[in-house]
Design a protein around this ligand. Sequence first.
Ligand code: SF4
Length: 348
Amino acid sequence: MNLKTEAEKFMMNSETLTTKKALEKSQKRDDLINSEILSKIQSIYSLPVPDLIFQAQSIHREYHDPNRVQFCTLSSIKTGACPEDCHYCPQSARYKTDIEVHSLLSKEVVIEQAKEAKSQGSTRFCMGASWRDLPEGKDFDSVVELIQSVKSLDLEVCCTLGMVNKDQAQKLAEAGLHTYNHNIDTSPEFYSEIISTRTYDERIETLQNIHQAGIKMCSGGIVGMGESSEDRQRFLAVLASMNPYPDSVPINALVPVEGTPLEKQQIIDPLELVRMVATARIVMPKAMIRLSAGRRSLSDEAQAFCFVAGANSIHTGEKLLTTPNAGINRDHELMNKLGMQTLEKARL
Ligand code: SF4
């Protein structure tokens, strides 16, 4: 299949979605937010840091082992040529970036990666593909086979493959998928500044399909894309208002990539990340809070601060999909320095 051509075809059909986006932009999406949860977030997010951390750490200790961090490895099983226009993403076919585009990796390659991840301490293996929607047919069958094979290595299997419908979610559940990731990315109000090719509601619908199929939900977003503090609070409020809230919440810091519309964005102050993690921990106490992209630019001290604030998972590996990540040796050194240990399995 000519990936570029498929992407271009989709772009020609995206006008309807752009109109939907324009409608979304004009409304404040209070229907997605529980007002009590939002008020709570508003009152805690700006607390003096010692008070915020004290609250977050107290809650963290009630629900989790504060000295353990789960290592997750993320593999890009299909990279680039994506028809979407997410402004932060070098995999969009609309931007000129220097990523290495490839179609679906073979089962042998993925299994080797998963074994390597496990030998380096990961207990979760996440497979990401740059599809708008999970395709039917041959690719779907290959994904099912990948899920079964990775699961047989006694790893938690997670996938992030774009939007999925009810029927697909059911089949993924039957294949043994543990968790599906589909980020909401940001607040409903800021969302249209970042993506115009799929709506916020479509993202929520995929999460509902996943939950209804009995698969664990992973959803989070990215900070540092130019959003306001209010947007960050409303983003967390949408997640915390879900019933149930996601089992897993990745908090990413934008890694500005040359060629993308956000290439000139300033890297976020790590203390903002700490506030996000602490607030997420307080309002979603049982969730695994995962420090994801952007960790490479964090000092050891900033990462330690995030763990104290309630983060209990990191994404490991040399790359996070396409952006550079802290290496596995550095992660093990950090754990040793902090006297912390890796978590065997998330207790979800
Ligand atoms: S974030 Fe996902 S959907 Fe958006 S452009 Fe990148 S690969 Fe495509």
